[in-house]
Design a protein. Sequence first.
Length: 358
Amino acid sequence: MLYRLTLLCLPIIVLGNAFAKDNSLHIQRVSLMDPTGFEKPMESASSLLPADWKTEGGIIWRIQGECSRGYMLQWQATSPDGAATITMYPNVGWRASSMQAPLPQDCMAGSFGSAEEFATAMIQGAENGRIVDVQRNPNVQQQLSIFNYEQPGDPYMKSWADAASITTEYTVNGTAFQSVVNLYTMHSYMKSGHTYGVGEPLEMAYGGAFATTEFAAPKSRFSEFMPIFLLFENNYQVNPEWQARINKANRKMAKDNLETARKIGEINASTSREISAMNMDSWRKRQASEDRLSRERTEMIFGQETYAADTPTGQIELPFGYERAFQLQDGSFVVTNDQFFEPSKDLGQPGKALNALP
């Protein structure tokens, strides 16, 4: 629980029992909807999850405000037993000033110099909350360098961006939890001595956190849910039709804001998997070093098998370790080790066997 989330009052989608048999996993396509952004509801993105996970929320639009205006995701998926969650948080903006000026209602008071500093402040609100690992991808940092700017002199101004994948631990109702949080942050700082000889130099800082996604589960069961987290992450796709409408809407924004939004969008789309994969690999290495998982178990957790399928990309990534895979008539998927599994008999609908790509 990185920070408190108030979800939209949208319908909860219950997609049935994920397990067709004890050694079979029923996987469903899930839609992340934009219910109000345009003349009719549109799918903003999609991914895959077990069919019995519940999803709630979608795109929200904040028309007013100074720190968190525009569209953003406020969405959550929850395992059937409520133990594990995938949460996509709305954007958060912050401000700080030496003049102690009143803050806009949608702004958080604070000044953070990195993604890690922001996450540290947020996790401190949880019982026994702490950060146990921080990973940054050099390729991502290089792409974010386009936001770096420094103007010496008076006033002095500096801006920069950061991205990190952060492992946290905290306690909920006596249970130890662990999470992996991926986020981007933007930062600006200004200092001016032009106060006409009255008072101290003026200092101002502001910034925001974007595209924050958290994968959380009880610490003792985190490895159990890792294949599901990777399934969601590896199959996450933005709807190009929705993105085109967003791009059109963005043209109405101020030029500077449009360019910043465009660059953030491009970087987020191209690097989110790199950030997540980097942190997931760090988690795997820590578990292996503590002899908590066998080599075979880690391969099972982190492996993904790519199959040819009837999807927009012509393929799909499904959890590793199953001998058979099927795509059902409703577009969902089943992976199984049951040699006698038949979609029509076991699930009541036809399906076709999938072939793994070389």
